[in-house]
Design a protein around this ligand. Structure first.
Ligand SMILES: Cc1cc2nc3c(=O)[nH]c(=O)nc-3n(C[C@H](O)[C@H](O)[C@H](O)COP(=O)(O)OP(=O)(O)OC[C@H]3O[C@@H](n4cnc5c(N)ncnc54)[C@H](O)[C@@H]3O)c2cc1C
Length: 304
């Protein structure tokens, strides 16, 4: 590893780090270090890196970390986080935007509004990146990213570049059938000419509704569980008397019981205990097995 570390440092300099603390890359503000942390500036550099590490490590791509809990033991492999160079928006045709996968959903929504482009209003309420939104098929207020997607450009961990058209991808509720070994590089999305004031009004209402129904300014990764068919996860949680449950400094938001919170000083283990406890209680009361929307990565701490 020492040899490899030196080689990687010489080759990738400021773009690579070792034992990088991942807590600052997750909205929970929790989790241990990544063995190798790589922030590519370009596709060419990413290919060079993937060739150098020769698929010998576990690899994961992290977006804005707004849906990912990193375990206390960190990630015993490579975490790739696209650098700001993958954050861009180009209007390639009147009705098509090409967007780098690292672009924040909110940035895209604001860009679209400023250019009188409709379709992107719902993204103003989602704190992730475009790459994360596609993997999660994120959405709200009746919209989801798959409805406006045309195609994505990707690279797999063996350096194969591939474009997927929308109809080659199966999207479901908060997920896709895309292979696990893919990094999304960019996406083409449908743009529709709209009225700027109506677009801004829609965004304003969405943001207001979100503020009223969900907590803000807390350390959370949003909805912990997916809504089971014809049911609301938060209602099941509330009805199972889970809303006052806590482990250490991990608790459940008073405003939205499907939002779990690091009150400051929680461990990832505390969050996972809370998840398991809520799951059990909901199962006992409603015979429903809640499925995680949240992604959990990494290793548990030996002490935990
Ligand atoms: C306050 C709050 C409110 C939220 N509200 C909503 C909501 O209304 N609707 C909703 O759907 N979600 C919501 N979320 C959840 C979250 O914001 C979304 O799931 C978001 O799309 C995740 O994007 P991300 O970039 O943060 O992904 P991350 O958490 O970084 O990653 C999520 C998954 O995507 C993968 N991934 C990320 N980028 C790439 C890439 N470039 N290539 C390949 N894989 C990648 C990761 O490996 C991981 O599996 C909310 C979260 C918070 C904190």
């Amino acid at each position: 590893m020492k040899l490899e570390k030196n080689k990687l440092l010489v080759k990738f300099g400021k773009n690579i780090s070792f034992k990088e603390n991942l807590s600052k890359y997750s909205w929970f503000n929790l989790g241990g270090p990544a063995e190798i942390f790589f922030k590519p500036d370009s596709i060419e550099q990413l290919i060079d890196f993937l060739r150098t590490i020769k698929n010998l490590h576990k690899i994961i791509c992290l977006g804005a970390g707004s849906n990912t809990l990193v375990r206390d033991g960190g990630f015993n492999g490579v975490v790739i986080k696209l650098s700001p160079k993958f954050s861009y928006i180009n209007r390639v045709e009147k009705n098509i935007l090409e967007v780098g996968a690292g672009t924040l959903d909110k940035t895209l929504s604001r860009f679209a509004a400023d250019h009188s482009i409709a379709n992107f209003e719902f993204l103003s309420c989602i704190p992730g990146s475009i790459g994360g939104a596609i993997i999660m098929n994120s959405g709200c207020y009746g919209d989801e990213i798959s409805n406006i997607l045309i195609s994505i450009k990707t690279i797999d961990f063996n350096c194969n570049l591939k474009e997927f058209k929308r109809d080659q991808i199966k999207f479901g509720y908060r997920g896709t059938n895309l292979p696990q070994n893919l990094i999304i590089l960019s996406a083409k999305l449908h743009a529709k000419a709209g009225d700027k004031s109506l677009i801004n009004e829609k965004i304003k209402n969405y943001v207001k509704n979100k503020k009223n129904s969900q907590p803000s300014q807390i350390k959370t990764c949003g909805s912990t569980f997916k809504n089971p068919k014809d049911k609301k996860a938060w209602e099941l949680i509330k009805d199972s008397n889970c809303n006052l449950l806590s482990f250490g400094k991990a608790s459940i938001s008073k405003k939205h019981c499907n939002f779990f919170v690091n009150e400051g000083g929680a461990s990832s283990k505390d969050i996972e205990k809370l998840i398991e406890s809520v799951r059990q209680k909901v199962f006992q009361k409603h015979n429903v097995k809640l499925e995680l929307e949240l992604k959990i990565i990494g290793e548990t701490n030996n002490n935990g």
